[in-house]
Design a binder for this molecule. Structure first.
Ligand SMILES: [Zn+2]
Length: 203
């Protein structure tokens, strides 16, 4: 797989932008709908530069099987992630679509992404392996994620989360008993430290 940060291959040949974009989208721990929109939208962009991406939301809805809200939300996440820059706001009155310049953000390695080997993560409570669940929501125009889905095994099936002996709950109890901060009270830097431990596969 291409490293999204590489602009040339081992022979010094330029790597088309869209190849780099696809490899970034594949490792992003964003919601599936955001990844689907990102992958389909890139097919409309200039292959070498990611410029002039103008799919229109109706085409994206049809090609991703998503609804209007999910497509708009996906663009909002991609804009917040500095992966999409709206260079022209289309007017729905004139039937115009927004025009985007797609980007590989400079700090992409600091995003919640899989490691270069795309391996399973290690639960920070029980040490078991699990697949992190991509999730990303918009709160007040900012993208944020539930880190427990990146750090701990999923709650046991049928237990409905709250009362289950989920690794996240057990870890939270242990933190509280030791007077340590829970995940919500933890600064983002510390949450990312735990994230990198769970991933154990750095770029
Ligand atoms: Zn666990």
């Amino acid at each position: 797989m291409i490293n999204p940060g590489d602009t040339v291959d081992s022979k010094g040949k330029p790597i088309p932008f869209v190849f780099r974009w696809r490899s970034l989208v594949r490792v992003l721990l964003f919601e599936t709908s955001v990844k689907a929109v990102a992958l389909v939208a890139a097919e409309y962009a200039d292959y070498d530069t990611g410029a002039n991406c103008r799919p229109g939301n109706n085409a994206l809805m049809r090609e991703t099987s998503l609804g209007d809200r999910s497509v708009r939300n996906a663009w909002s996440v991609l804009r917040d992630a500095k992966m999409a820059e709206r260079v022209h706001k289309g007017s729905s009155y004139k039937g115009e679509s927004d025009v985007y310049q797609l980007h590989i953000p400079e700090n992409w390695k600091g995003y919640p992404i899989l490691g270069p080997n795309r391996e399973a993560f290690t639960c920070q409570y029980c040490g078991g392996e699990f697949n992190p669940v991509g999730n990303c929501v918009i709160k007040g125009g900012r993208a944020s994620a539930k880190f427990e889905k990146f750090l701990f095994c999923p709650a046991p099936r049928g237990a409905n989360g709250r009362d289950a002996d989920s690794c996240y709950r057990l870890w939270s109890e242990r933190q509280a008993n030791g007077g340590a901060a829970g995940l919500d009270a933890m600064p983002l830097v510390e949450r990312f430290e735990l994230f990198r431990k769970a991933r154990d596969d750095d770029w």
